[in-house]
Design a protein around this ligand. Structure first.
Ligand SMILES: Nc1nc2c(ncn2[C@@H]2O[C@H](COP(=O)(O)OP(=O)(O)OP(=O)(O)O)[C@@H](O)[C@H]2O)c(=O)[nH]1
Ligand SMILES: [Mg+2]
Length: 328
């Protein structure tokens, strides 16, 4: 193993903020070093508790994330926040950073905040976010909060990483329970009814409760609803309490491990897809052109062409990445 990667990994395991920042940039840029680094630190991961926060734009996700961070800081927990923003790069993190500074007296090295947007990373934003979460986990963060506006395919992928998913909903502004995206109903472990200082919050909660009662429990858990006013830090202790209950129920029932297995299975398939696709394009572009053109002109059917291509592919790992990290 490359000595500089090993010492970089060592700094990350020691929680060195600059080393962590540099690694997150490498992840975002899709640098090959990032992958080597993740291989090396992977054995030190698996301890953090990952909370996903998703919901409509402006629903208060960042404000809630900062409240939760402040709350967990009072318990001496080390926090990492990743604000994934597919649309407007960089602003989220800066704004969030300011908020944390404003709202909390605990702004210190133990709250690490990073906003991520898609740059050079090959696997897309979800992959970069997953890698970032692994890295913060290796860096000793106890709690990792992943914020993402949702819910598109990318966001679903992002919350897949989370152990516990909060869906932030807001009453008013024409937001009806029926209008909630089906995807959101399915991924929520806890609904956070934020901005419950709004007048019709009670009615909205009743509707949501009604809809939830109709849904069967998922893994023995009925999604809870917590009312918050994030700007006034109201309901945060209750929310943290629900997260704790969920965690206990989950860990006790071994669901976390089951989810992890499902997650890594999905991850491996995605990774394999990506590698095959890469290899396909890189190894024999002319062969690909040739086959595509013979399919287009109906000389071959696409299924046989695909067979042919798969047979021609060499799945041996690329030399540079062939060794597992640090032989651990
Ligand atoms: N009245 C009220 N306003 C709130 C509450 N929580 C957040 N806000 C305000 O709502 C606005 C959006 O809050 P953010 O935390 O940035 O929301 P967000 O979901 O992170 O937004 P995006 O990241 O842009 O999708 C801000 O002006 C907040 O001050 C709340 O509980 N009540
Ligand atoms: Mg935000």
């Amino acid at each position: 193993m490359n000595a500089s990667i090993e010492s970089w990994a060592e700094q990350i395991r020691a929680g060195d903020i600059r080393a962590v920042s540099r690694a997150l940039s490498a992840i975002e840029n899709g640098d090959e070093d990032a992958q080597l680094l993740l291989r090396t630190v992977f054995p030190s991961t698996g301890r953090a508790w990952r909370i996903g926060i998703t919901g409509a734009a402006g629903s208060g996700k960042s404000t809630l994330a900062s409240c939760l961070a402040a709350y967990y800081r009072t318990q001496g927990k080390a926090i990492g926040i990743i604000a994934v923003d597919p649309t407007s790069p960089f602003t989220g993190g800066a704004i969030l950073g300011d908020r944390i500074r404003m709202q909390s007296h605990f702004m210190d090295e133990d709250v690490f905040i990073r906003s991520m947007a898609l740059r050079g990373s090959t696997g897309g934003l979800a992959q970069a976010a997953a890698d970032a979460a692994l890295l913060l986990d290796a860096a000793g963060k106890d709690i990792i909060i992943l914020e993402t506006v949702g819910v598109g395919q990318d966001e679903i992928e992002i919350v897949r990483i989370a152990d516990c998913t909060l869906v932030v909903v807001v009453s008013g502004a024409g937001d009806e329970v029926q209008g909630l995206k089906a995807g959101l109903m399915e991924i929520a472990d806890i609904f956070v009814l934020n901005k419950s200082d709004y007048e019709d919050a009670g009615r909205f909660e009743q509707q949501l409760l009604f809809v939830l009662q109709l849904a069967p429990p998922r893994e023995g858990w009925n999604p809870k609803i917590v009312r918050t006013v994030a700007t006034e830090e109201k309901g945060i202790a209750e929310l943290a309490g629900e997260i704790d209950d969920f965690r206990e129920a989950h860990v006790e029932a071994h669901h976390r491990h089951t989810r992890e297995i499902a997650y890594w299975k999905h991850w491996l398939v995605r990774q394999a897809e990506r590698r095959v696709a890469e290899q396909l394009v890189e190894s024999s572009p002319s062969k690909l052109d040739e086959l595509a053109s013979s399919v287009a002109s109906r000389e071959k059917d696409p299924y046989s062409a695909a067979e042919e291509i798969l047979r021609a592919l060499d799945f041996a790992p690329r030399q540079k990445n062939s060794r597992p990290g640090g032989a651990v």
